[in-house]
Design a protein around this ligand. Structure first.
Ligand code: SF4
Length: 211
């Protein structure tokens, strides 16, 4: 496993390779990002961005969304897949925000993960990108890339979040996650493009798979 100094250097190199890394989900506030992140499960950010303009126009806040019906909501989010389950999550989440948080999105991991349809990854996305609280979302890309490089060593997202959090400064958590996600999408794919990778000389996978 990499030391904190090595981890910081590796992330700096990856930041340089992926300037401007950020969530690709379009949003203007924490509520919109929460909705978009729930919709992004088993979907693509591009597909979510296609449906959210109309969704946010009709339901700009939790109070309005809590009053929606599944019959109206499901066709609006159909293109993102799993629309029945997602409409249940969105309606439950909005109602819980109204009932328990005055319609606002709480800046707190425990309160966020108590909302219907909101897991740790979603909560971390919203905390880090819209609420100013350091969050380290671990998706399948972060899981794959961090294990390959040697920044983490586990198949469990929560454990990888803990390991990365231990070697990276808190104020870099969100950006580090964005950078690792982008690196996983563009370079360190399931079949990795190691010759294009800025950190191959420090990568455990590269060292052990290169003659
Ligand atoms: S060297 Fe290859 S395996 Fe390692 S991080 Fe880069 S792309 Fe991924």
């Amino acid at each position: 496993m990499k030391s904190p100094a090595e981890a910081r250097r590796i992330l700096q190199q990856l930041e340089a390779q992926h300037p401007g890394a950020d969530t690709a989900l379009h949003h203007r506030n924490a509520f919109e990002l929460l909705v978009a992140t729930i919709l992004s499960a088993q979907s693509t950010d591009a597909r979510v961005n296609l449906v959210t303009p109309e969704l946010f126009r009709r339901y700009p806040d939790a109070r309005r969304l809590a009053k929606a019906t599944r019959e109206v909501l499901e066709p609006l989010i159909h293109a993102t897949g799993f629309f029945r389950q997602k409409s249940r999550s969105l309606l439950g989440m909005a109602q819980a925000l109204v009932d328990d948080h005055g319609g606002e999105v709480p800046a707190d991991m425990k309160a966020l993960t108590a909302l219907p349809g909101v897991g740790r990854k979603t909560a971390n996305v919203v905390l880090g990108h819209a609420l100013g609280v350091p969050g380290l979302p671990v998706d399948r890309h972060v899981l794959r890339v961090s294990n390959r490089i040697g920044l983490a060593e586990s198949d469990d997202a929560e454990e990888v979040e803990r390991q990365l959090g231990a070697v990276l400064p808190k104020d870099r958590w969100t950006l580090s996650s964005d950078v690792l996600i982008l690196h996983g999408r563009e370079i360190c794919r399931p079949k990795p493009l190691c010759e294009k990778c800025a950190v191959r000389t420090e990568c455990d996978y590269y060292q052990s798979h290169t003659p």
